[in-house]
Design a protein around this ligand. Sequence first.
Ligand code: GAR
Length: 198
Amino acid sequence: MKNIVILISGAGSNMAAIVHAAQHDHWASRYGARVAAVISNKADARGLALARELGVPTDVLDHKAFTSREAFDAALMQRIDAFDAPGAPVLVLLAGFMRILTPQFVSHYDARLVNIHPSLLPAFAGLNTHQRAIDAGCKVAGATVHRVTPELDHGPILAQAVVPVLPGDTAQTLAARVLTQEHLIYPQVIAGLLQKQL
Ligand code: GAR
């Protein structure tokens, strides 16, 4: 069984979309894959309760308990690698995981590490993507699913979704429009990777 571990820091709506897809589209029988765990760096992440409701085991690793980024990432790798199976290395999905990752973490998972970012990369890497798109007068915005490289919000693009920026949009209304598309493309990309045996 190929294990998928999803890392979150907040609401977990992308995580839930992936778990729903895994359950409804029978990833276990179709691809031999399952969402094995959801891990958060924040104990109060709303997505943790959501994951448990969906029947997925959860874990918390509080980054504040570590004195360095390297120490936290090393401990996180250990937790994740507990799900490694012979011949089926764990797939790690960042879903609103608001941490900058060390090069060691990124190279350890390499092609097995995937992220979703709420902009049309390479535009608007980093934070406040929606407000920055509105301020720049963009007529379209969107989201990107990409492989992760050591540089923040960079890496080979796997899928993008485009939405219009409408007159009167706020960061909140635009974020909500983008999020509906995130929920479609992220599970699609993962299903595609599983189909290709990653
Ligand atoms: C999503 O919009 C995701 O693209 C973004 O955080 C939100 C998490 O929502 N990720 C980043 O900004 C990463 N740089 P969710 O917790 O409901 O999935």
